[in-house]
Design a protein around this ligand. Sequence first.
Ligand SMILES: Nc1ncnc2c1ncn2[C@@H]1O[C@H](COP(=O)(O)OP(=O)(O)O)[C@@H](O)[C@H]1O
Ligand SMILES: [Mg+2]
Length: 406
Amino acid sequence: MSQPLDKIENIGRYKIISRLGEGGMGVVFKAVDPIIDRVVAIKVAKKFMGKGQTESLAAVDKNRFLCEARTAGSLVHPNIVLTYDAGIENDQVYIAQEYVDGETLAVNIREGRLLPIKKSLEIIYNTCYALDYIHQKGLVHRDIKPSNIMVNQLGQVKLMDFGLAGDLEAMLKGVERKEIVGTVGYMSPEQASGEMLDARSDIFSLGLVLYELLTGQKAFKGETPYQMMYQIVYGDFTPIETYLPDILLNLKGIIQTCLCREKEFRYPRAGDLAEDLLPIIRGSDSAVFDKRDQEKLELLKRLDFFKHFQYSDLQEVLKISTFHTYQRGEVIAEEAIVDNNFYLIVSGRAKVVTDSEEKNLIPGEVFGESAALTNMKRVSKVVAQTETVAVVINASLFVNASEPIH
Ligand SMILES: Nc1ncnc2c1ncn2[C@@H]1O[C@H](COP(=O)(O)OP(=O)(O)O)[C@@H](O)[C@H]1O
Ligand SMILES: [Mg+2]
């Protein structure tokens, strides 16, 4: 006889310690493997009592669970929960996995403990690598949602729950049962419509997770599960600036790219999403950014001088500089003084004047850097020839800036 799940003391050779969580398919326990002497997580299949089913686990559910074990068991990746073992005992099916000492993202969201933006982006970034890995193996997860992503004490991200994972080839051949699987509220439009799925469906769902991590709110609103599905398939999501008015334009664009209704317009691969996230992760503590700064950044980006700069480097440049507009004839930099600044022409024309010569400066050109960096008196003065915009960069701040800026 199988033991009721609330009184279970051991399963297989594993000694149950406590209950960790529960999802749609199973109940997960913390347990000890007495032979290897390590803590594991054991997922035990719940009994589904459909029509005509008896108390015992229906064969189809058993198969589905073993299929999950096989799929998960084939995956070895630092950001995916490792599967150790699976078994059937007294009508109970279980999977033994790596124990993750941490919380699922659902806990953070539910309890309103929103993580710093940068941390949230890092989590999504790492999840991208797990997704890229399974996609390359021809699998689609189909159940990407906050409760299936955990972060352990070391901050490592672990994707889990391959209970609904689908094999692309089998889906293409139509071998799989045609039914809508997934979790309401986290399905892609094509998933909610029962269409063919590929990697881009997981990317949509990950976009929803990202949105929720950043705002604590669901992107698509609906009072009922049906309304929510309807919104995903036909409606629009709430613009993220409703909750984050100062969100970085780039980040907003990334979310929009994930959440395009037509999958053709989404990132084709999770790795592409990761690539777009990286500069934002590297660049700032908060991805919230002054809109005027955004305009300045666009100006800098157009200059040849900055063409090899990453977005994050430009953000750093902005932090150590100020923009000034000079009228025609106005002195931008005075001669024979020590000033801690150097200058970069953004637009207009200026002239460097020394005792012996004159030289024109055009947008993208820098002057005053050697004097500023060596604390020497400047030997020339610079005068605006037309209305000129220049970036004034503080040399001491520049010296302390990161390597790429230099
Ligand atoms: N390896 C693990 N380590 C720690 N907790 C886990 C582990 N696997 C699952 N859990 C907890 O159990 C919950 C349900 O697990 P999951 O595999 O998602 O099952 P289901 O398929 O039923 O959704 C998770 O949301 C999480 O809280
Ligand atoms: Mg789950």
